[in-house]
Design a protein around this ligand. Structure first.
Ligand SMILES: [Zn+2]
Length: 291
């Protein structure tokens, strides 16, 4: 499934790999107080929290941004054929949904100029590589892959210490570095006048989001700066896999504060369809108005 969003001279496509109830709410948001959950249940269910299973509904998807100059893939999901013994649902996955979604955009792997991994978690790097005669090779034959400096250093070290614990670094990140396709980025570089990275650390050590377009016709691909709209209402609410939840909360306040009450479209990778919305205030926090 793909959805096309037009913004000025940009086109943004969603390439969905999977969507559905995933993790139990209390496990996913370990500090979410029960009374706060109860207070918000009515608007969260059934779209964001599944009442039947008590699980957070998450999408796993990529965004492709087509500018007049480049085709940019932001985040590359879980991927196929990757050994993931710790996650049975993703272990050696064989799904054609993501590839069909890419084909439906009219683009092929050879059309992607840049792959931007907002961070190097298991569900954001998978399609970076594909299996070729038993070797992991870059999926996108001409793309440069943008990794944040400290993010790559952090995960490379983790992998060095215990390769079996972080298999996706070994099969989906390091082969890109070895193939000399990685561009290591620092701070908040701009690719051109239409594409700029925004540092949003916290969920991981050097997470970034991607700002595209010009004022009035712009969008932010958030990556995992946010997982569920309850983290807009309560920006300090951390999730289970955060590197530094306090810092992640500061990043959310900063980015939502900057784009609040503007026309900037937020594209949130883990929100179920339509996965996009504009930011307004809600009490001491923010609301993501869908659409
Ligand atoms: Zn994620």
């Amino acid at each position: 499934m793909t959805t096309q969003i037009r913004l000025g001279n940009l086109t943004i496509h969603r390439i969905v790999e999977n969507e559905g109830p995933m993790f139990p709410v209390a496990e996913f948001f370990p500090t979410l107080a029960n009374e706060v959950l109860e207070e918000n249940r009515s608007w969260l269910e059934p779209t964001y929290f599944d009442p039947a299973t008590g699980r957070v509904v998450l999408a796993f998807q990529s965004f492709i941004v087509q500018t007049p100059h480049h085709n940019i893939l932001v985040d590359s999901c879980v991927g196929n054929h990757k050994p993931r013994p710790m996650r049975p649902a993703w272990d050696k996955m064989q799904s054609d949904r993501w590839e069909k979604g890419l084909a439906a955009t009219g683009l092929g792997v050879g059309d992607i100029d840049f792959v931007m991994c907002t961070h190097l978690h298991i569900d954001h790097v998978g399609w970076n590589t594909r299996l070729d005669n038993g070797r992991w090779v870059p999926t996108f034959p001409k793309a440069r892959y943008l990794f944040a400096d400290r993010e790559l250093a952090f995960w490379t070290q983790k992998h060095k210490e215990d390769a079996a614990a972080w298999p996706w670094i070994g099969d989906s990140v390091l082969p890109i570095v070895e193939a000399k396709r990685a561009d290591i980025v620092k701070s908040d570089p701009a690719l051109d006048d239409l594409v700029q990275l925004i540092p949003t650390p916290g969920h991981t050590i050097d997470h970034y989001s991607v700002h595209v377009g010009k004022p009035g016709t712009d969008a932010v691909i958030t990556g995992d700066m946010i997982h569920s709209p309850i983290q807009a209402r309560y920006p300090e609410l951390g999730m289970r896999a955060d590197y530094d939840s306090k810092l992640a909360g500061e990043s959310r306040r900063k980015v939502f504060g900057r784009f609040c009450d503007t026309s900037t479209l937020m594209c949130m990778v883990h929100f179920p369809a339509p996965s996009t919305g504009r930011i307004t205030r809600w009490g001491d926090g923010f609301k993501v108005a869908s659409g």
